[in-house]
Design a protein around this ligand. Structure first.
Ligand SMILES: CC(C)(COP(=O)(O)OP(=O)(O)OC[C@H]1O[C@@H](n2cnc3c(N)ncnc32)[C@H](O)[C@@H]1OP(=O)(O)O)[C@@H](O)C(=O)NCCC(=O)NCCS
Length: 386
């Protein structure tokens, strides 16, 4: 099979076989398989199937497999039964602090236990977060903001081992959240929400920014050139040329969103937020690198005021077919970081759901009637028209 190195080890005990699969993809996959009968023959068959299914380039996001556990959560009579599920394979990267995780809003809305999850979630954030979440007019924005807050707390809990209720955050003057308890953390974290996703990126060094963008090729019936003109003040001359020079409307819009995503990612890594003059960041993308769902592009560079900003690395990929995502991280990383060990390493976004976000969550914001009224209010909000 092209691009795959069949260097797997098989460790055989009485009735258990461990296959360590290695391939040219940076991540090494380990699978525990229980077999009975003729071990050798089964191993060979499984080996081929696993190589075929796991060593191909991911075309999009990898869904995290889930198993069912009983929930410790308070399920009063007024609240439907909530069966909390936890990932059997923990999606958190334990080799270093770099993580890429995404949460689908439509996936959450469609879940059979959405009400129970929502009611648990809205009580698992601080009262201050709650005020911001419920103030949104649209369900999508409210849920996305909620997921963002849960992402920050959940990943901090996982990376530091600090209980849910002890994790604390503060914000910079420009609004970037950072961990204050536990003190002295060295990893960076950032969330984004747009379209159907809330997403999180963490890094082994402090400065990291992430931006997700739904590729809306025909937004409000505007032409690509009209969109590009509306961004003209935020783009450099070279970026404008590159956007306008694309052969089709769809390609122009894709380039438009790509630059937008990149600008937001760097602004979020620095924590600057909105700048007066966004055109001072001048991105250079290599169009010979395929930029489409399934890609993982790291060749993009940025100049600020004409000078190459070599301290940043941009990881560009897609969460799904219609959502592109850019992570801006620092090039200089501790030796323990997967990207320091292997500069060619790729870390795609994995999808997680409420099971992951609420794992180990405890009540920070108790609400009357176990948040039943809050859920009714949430249901009265409108869905966004995508
Ligand atoms: C910070 C900023 C960059 C994020 O904007 P956004 O794309 O609307 O929002 P995202 O969904 O990607 O990120 C929001 C999250 O980023 C984090 N955030 C807030 N301020 C931040 C800052 N200064 N730096 C980094 N992260 C920040 C928060 O966690 C926030 O979540 P919250 O809404 O729950 O508080 C925004 O304040 C801003 O200034 N936007 C610029 C808009 C613009 O003109 N862009 C044009 C680019 S060409």
């Amino acid at each position: 099979m092209e691009g795959i190195h069949e260097g797997g080890d098989a460790v055989v005990s009485t009735d258990e076989v461990t296959l360590t699969l290695s391939c040219f993809q940076p991540s090494v996959r380990t699978c525990m398989i229980t077999v009975s009968g003729t071990v050798e023959r089964r191993v060979i068959a499984l080996r081929h199937r696993l190589f075929a299914s796991q060593c191909q380039r991911p075309s999009a996001v990898q869904e995290v497999p889930l198993s069912t556990l009983n929930s410790p959560w308070n399920t009063s009579k007024s609240s439907p039964d909530l069966t909390t599920t936890m990932a059997t394979k923990d999606p958190t990267n334990t080799k270093c602090s770099c993580n890429r995780l995404a949460f689908s809003l439509s996936g959450a809305f469609e879940h059979d236990h959405f009400e129970a999850f929502y009611r648990k979630a809205i009580q698992s954030v601080t009262a201050e977060d709650y005020e911001k979440i419920v103030a949104y007019r649209y369900k999508d924005d409210s849920l996305a903001c909620l997921a963002g807050r849960l992402f920050l707390r959940q990943i901090t809990k996982r990376l530091t081992g600090t209980p849910w209720h002890e994790v604390e955050f503060a914000r910079t003057e420009k609004g970037k959240p950072y961990v204050t308890n536990p003190a002295g953390t060295t990893f960076g974290l950032n969330v984004t929400h747009q379209g159907d996703y809330a997403a999180l990126a963490t890094s082994c060094s402090e400065k990291v920014g992430v931006d997700v963008m739904r590729l809306d090729i025909s937004r409000n019936n505007k032409t690509a050139d009209e969109y590009i003109n509306s961004m003209a003040r935020s783009a450099s001359a070279a970026e404008l040329r590159q956007m306008r020079g694309q052969p089709t409307e769809a390609m122009k819009m894709t380039m438009f969103y790509r630059f937008w995503c990149l600008k937001e990612a760097v602004l979020k890594a620095t924590g600057d937020g909105l700048l007066d003059d966004l055109s001072r960041y001048d991105f250079r993308v290599d169009t010979s690198d395929r930029y489409a769902p399934g890609c993982y592009v790291t060749s993009t560079t940025v100049l600020a005021d004409g000078k190459l900003q070599n301290q940043w690395v941009f990881d560009e990929s897609f969460v799904d077919r219609t959502h592109s995502i850019a992570v801006c991280r620092e090039r200089k990383l501790p030796r323990t970081c997967m990207f320091a060990k292997d500069p060619e390493a790729k870390l795609f976004f994995s999808k997680v759901n409420f099971d992951f976000l609420l794992d180990g969550a405890t009540v920070l914001n108790p609400l009357p009637n176990d948040a039943a009224d809050d859920f009714d209010n949430f249901q009265k909000k409108l869905r966004k028209n995508f």
